[in-house]
Design a binder for this molecule. Structure first.
Ligand SMILES: Cc1cc2nc3c(=O)[nH]c(=O)nc-3n(C[C@H](O)[C@H](O)[C@H](O)COP(=O)(O)OP(=O)(O)OC[C@H]3O[C@@H](n4cnc5c(N)ncnc54)[C@H](O)[C@@H]3O)c2cc1C
Length: 336
């Protein structure tokens, strides 16, 4: 393998029902930074059926080149045709770096592709950078249960592949004056590639919250004590037009649904305001919320590690502090 043949950054764009997923735009933001450091191009690849219209949006978010693979067999996500198409695009484009969102689809397709092209893959990266000397991609992620941060390189193979969870990177401002090339790629797909037949798609009927999009999060920890004690958190979240989230202890106790878990095995969030209520501040929790703009921690233990990352700390019983806080907010709103 001649490493010098591989150039540029390629972002796999995940679309669902023709809608570009936020993580893909975030990866375009990071990809642009990496491509600029290398002095090379940022490309995007989007797979699906009737998806060509998405190309402009990707250019507005930083892609200089968009490769579309538009075929009937890509109408619904199934791993074999998608793996075949992405592998073909990578073999043709020869990018130095490939970035994929660590969603259920990304986690399915990225390892399959990396195995087919005989390269390495670092999953769930929390930071990506270029080594000034070697120009290798430095892929950092928590390891050993989050106790250390490991920086991993892939020095002998290309492309260097990485998955990144939603909410970790920042997307660029949409710029409609950006221009770029759009290429329709023929990945030699046919009906035989479909080894799975999708008979029916059943959408989840409950409203799925996306805590990654919330500006305010009121987050519960084991210190709340029970599901019945959760109502002061909902009151505060309502008052601030925010959402309620929680630590893994809360999810494990079934006080909240899994899609509201913050942390290493939950979601990475960066709201304007994050309330940590009765959360101790384990490293696996901090990893998912430390980038929040303002962190307010309420904990009855003055030595709780959460106070080390908090901007404001209240030492006290959540059951007493939260209703007082909501009361004061209501009062100040009335006075305005
Ligand atoms: C591989 C791995 C992955 C993990 N992933 C995650 C993850 O994604 N997210 C996550 O959150 N955790 C994760 N964990 C678990 C993590 O290590 C902690 O166990 C968990 O975060 C603890 O949750 P907690 O802070 O709510 O509970 P605890 O650690 O039990 O803390 C409860 C806190 O509440 C305080 N408290 C008690 N009563 C009150 C009161 N009345 N008023 C005020 N404060 C009170 C206590 O002082 C204490 O600080 C993971 C662990 C592993 C090994």
């Amino acid at each position: 393998m001649n490493l010098a043949d591989y150039k540029g950054v390629l972002v796999y764009i995940e679309q669902r029902d023709g809608e570009i997923q936020k993580v893909s735009l975030e990866l375009l933001g990071k990809g642009k930074e990496l491509a600029e450091k290398l002095g090379e191009k940022l490309s995007a690849v989007v797979l699906g059926h009737n998806i060509k219209a998405l190309a402009n949006e990707l250019i507005y978010h930083g892609a200089e080149k968009v490769i579309t693979v538009d075929h009937e067999v890509l109408k619904n996500f199934t791993n074999e045709p998608y793996t075949k198409a992405l592998t073909a695009v990578i073999n043709n484009e020869k990018p130095a770096i490939v970035l994929v969102g660590a969603t259920s689809i990304g986690r399915d397709i990225a390892p399959r592709v990396s195995a087919r092209i005989h390269t390495g893959l670092t999953a769930d990266c929390t930071s990506l950078d270029i080594d000034d000397e070697t120009r290798n991609l430095m892929m950092t992620r928590p390891a050993f249960g989050g106790n250390i941060m490991a920086t991993i390189i892939c020095p002998d193979h290309r492309p260097q592949m990485s998955t990144v969870r939603p909410g970790v990177m920042l997307k660029l401002e949409r710029n409609t004056s950006n221009t770029g090339d759009v290429i329709d790629f023929d990945a030699d797909l046919n009906a035989q590639d479909l080894n799975v037949e999708v008979l029916e798609i059943v959408k989840e009927d409950h409203k799925k919250v996306n805590i990654e999009d919330a500006k305010v999060l009121v987050s519960a920890g084991r210190g709340i004590g029970s599901k019945e004690n959760m109502s002061p958190l909902y009151d505060l979240a309502d008052e601030l037009k925010g959402e309620v989230s929680g630590s893994r202890a809360v999810i494990d106790n079934a006080w909240l649904d899994k899609d509201r878990q913050v942390g290493q095995t939950g979601k990475t969030v960066r709201p304007d305001l994050y309330f940590a209520c009765g959360i101790s501040g384990a490293i696996q929790h901090i990893a998912g919320m430390e980038e929040s703009e303002l962190i307010i921690a309420i904990n009855k233990n003055p030595d709780a590690p959460i106070f080390e990352v908090a901007d404001l700390g209240i030492v006290g019983d959540v059951a007493k502090v939260l209703p007082l806080l909501t009361e004061e907010l209501k009062k100040s709103k009335k006075e305005q």
